[in-house]
Design a protein around this ligand. Structure first.
Ligand code: NAP
Length: 285
């Protein structure tokens, strides 16, 4: 992937230690960004910083690691404080960390894990970072998915208490990313904030080895043959971080650098508003 220039840009990237995030971290480091990489494993984080710094000849302090487990909202709050203390302006927040869970697991906050990690944690983190984001007239990019097409959102059962089915649950969190992006742009676009989300394609990352019924061997062998690389999956993320897009595209969903395609239920503006309000209640204003 050819790296666009990110000199003078400050970028926070979540889920940077593996897969799509790792590939994007390379592109941002190569492009000269002041880069804050997030992960939950400190050792992997330190290794990544070392690798990026030496590979691209960056100075110490240009790239820093920030640890947080998104299944803990207190970790997200601490991450928000840490980043706010470290930077006055944040040009790009890339909410990329995400997971697929085959079973219904609860977080320490008492919420369904897929909902919290894929939607509520990035919702909270973004809101905690509004000051440096607005100071930079920055942009928020969220890694969504075509899986948003699987199911509409059930506002009365955001924690999938009544019925848990892995793909619809995952798909609804990726739909939530689209609603969040739209509503974020609607609320803060006039202040200069931009928000975009995207589908990375079907990527041969570790994500697949977590899927029930597909063994690690099968996922990797099959994956290499038919799915795209993490670098290709990160291409639209990296492009969105620097592209000059028309104002009417603020809040939109992209795939391979182009808008759409979106499921009809993803255009439900009322659902976007209700999800925002429900998320405020759950994460705190
Ligand atoms: N792969 C695909 O085909 C595909 C398609 C559409 C969308 N996506 C989305 O793309 C994004 C990146 O996924 P990927 O394919 O690159 O898979 P991946 O290699 O599994 O990367 C997921 C990243 O999220 C992090 N993460 C997961 N749970 C976390 C938690 N509780 N706290 C903090 N970080 C956590 C992981 O950190 P650890 O290393 O510590 O686990 C990892 O860095 C996800 O949002 C995913 O939903 C992927």
């Amino acid at each position: 992937m050819a790296s666009p220039a990110f000199q003078n840009k400050t970028i926070l990237l979540t889920g940077a230690t593996t897969g799509i995030g790792r590939a994007a971290a390379h592109a941002f480091a190569q492009g000269g960004a002041r880069l804050l990489v997030h992960g939950r494993n400190a050792e992997l984080g330190r290794d990544l910083v070392k690798e990026l710094t030496t590979t691209y000849g960056r100075h110490q302090g240009d790239i820093t690691f920030h640890q947080a487990d998104l299944t803990r909202l207190d970790d997200v709050r601490a991450l928000g404080r840490e980043v706010t203390a470290a930077v006055e302006r944040l040009d790009v927040l890339a909410n990329n960390a995400g997971l697929f869970s085959s079973t219904r697991e609860m977080t320490t906050d008492g919420l369904e894990q897929t909902f919290q990690v894929n939607h509520l944690a990035p919702f909270l983190l973004t809101r905690l970072l509004m000051k440096p984001l607005l100071a930079a007239r920055g942009r928020v990019i969220t890694t969504s998915s075509r899986a948003h097409m699987i199911s509409p959102l059930y506002m009365a059962d955001l924690q999938s208490k009544k019925h848990f089915s892995p793909w619809p649950v995952y798909g609804r969190t990726k739909l939530a990313n689209i609603y969040f992006t739209y509503e974020l742009a609607r609320r803060h676009g006039a202040e200069g904030l931009k928000a975009y989300c995207f589908h990375p394609g079907v990527v041969n990352s570790r994500f697949f080895s977590n899927l029930r019924g597909i063994s690690k061997w099968g996922a990797n062998a099959l994956g290499k043959l038919i799915f795209r690389s993490s670098e290709k999956g990160a291409d639209t993320l990296v492009w969105l971080a620097g592209a000059a897009l028309p104002p009417e595209q603020n809040g939109w969903y992209f795939f391979d650098r182009k808008p759409g395609p979106l499921a009809r239920h993803a255009l439900d503006r009322d659902a976007a508003l209700r999800l925002w309000e429900a998320s405020e209640q759950l994460a705190g204003r």
